[in-house]
Design a protein around this ligand. Structure first.
Ligand code: CAA
Length: 258
């Protein structure tokens, strides 16, 4: 249902789905795929009828990294002048919560793309890693920064310096993924999580994501200040009045966007 070259997109209810679709390259992230994903995600984000986004790949690979064949002959100056991975910042900046549903390989840029998402659900077949060190480079889409924040210094340093892959169980244990599910249930589970988020009040969902993002970037005092300023204006929404009235009346809330 879409005109993209490297991805498939679909809307199911209030959820926008993005499926990476370069099976011949294990969904390696070339420039076209980056532009397709950024365009699809920002288009869903601009649509108030969309309350959550799911990004997924194939059973065999979420994404096996940035496209090595596309990068091989580039110079350092090319990487700078092309701003080779720059547009991914627009993906990371969407206000709508994004769920990564990871099956198979999530390596290099694939792991980094998953980490740009708010929630990572992993199939028991998922394999995460930052193998760039094996190619004579280092992660370039946030791997050294987001992996360290997700799993701490010890695990991040080992993975980035050795290039070792870790399985889904280890990824859950160390905090990279929120939950591991059977591979056959992955898309259904991701859909349930997305539907749940999409049923909430959109202004509160935007505020919650923004406050969580702030926690990654600021001191506790700054973050608490941000949270207070994000919390207060929600009391001016009809959804807050509805949510609290529904609690008092012992019924389910009916938010404006539902
Ligand atoms: N870029 C380009 N093509 C890739 C690719 C990548 N990252 N990963 C896989 N492919 C291609 C392979 O070249 C192969 O194509 P051909 O059939 O035309 O040769 C096809 O996908 C299938 O891959 P394999 O035959 O290698 O499959 P496998 O099952 O034997 O191995 C794998 C799977 C272990 C994931 C292996 O493909 C692999 O190691 N891939 C590269 C992983 C990697 O190094 N990722 C980091 C990339 S750099 C990066 O991401 C930088 C950054 O920080 C943004």
């Amino acid at each position: 249902t879409s005109n993209y070259e490297t991805i498939l997109t679909e809307t199911r209810g209030r959820v926008g789905w993005i499926t990476l679709n370069r099976p011949e390259a294990l969904n390696a992230l070339n420039a076209q795929l980056m532009h397709d994903v950024v365009h699809a995600a920002t288009t869903f984000d601009a649509n108030p009828a969309i309350g959550a986004i799911v990004v997924t790949g194939s059973e065999r690979a979420f994404a096996a990294g940035a496209d090595i064949k596309e990068m091989e002959s580039k110079s350092g100056l090319d990487m700078i002048m092309d701003d080779h991975f720059g547009p991914w910042a627009r993906f990371a900046a969407v206000r709508t919560p994004v769920i990564a549903a990871v099956s198979g390989y999530a390596l290099g840029g694939g792991c980094e793309l998953a980490m740009m998402c708010d929630i990572v659900l992993a199939a028991d077949t998922a394999k995460f890693g930052q193998p760039e060190i094996n190619l004579g480079v280092i992660p370039g889409m946030g791997g050294t920064q987001r992996l360290l924040r997700a799993v701490g210094y010890a695990k991040a340093a080992e993975l980035v310096l050795t290039g070792r892959m870790m399985g889904a169980e280890e990824a859950e244990r160390c905090g990279l993924v929120s939950r591991v599910v059977a591979a056959s249930d992955l898309l259904e589970e991701a859909g349930k999580v997305a539907d749940t988020i999409a049923s909430k009040s959109l202004p509160s969902v935007y505020a919650a994501k923004a406050a969580l993002d702030a926690a990654m970037e600021t001191s506790l005092a700054e973050g608490l200040r941000f949270e207070r300023h994000a919390f207060a204006p929600l009391f001016d929404t009809a959804d807050q009045k509805e949510g609290m009235a529904a609690f008092r009346e012992k019924r389910a809330p009916n938010f404006g966007n539902a």
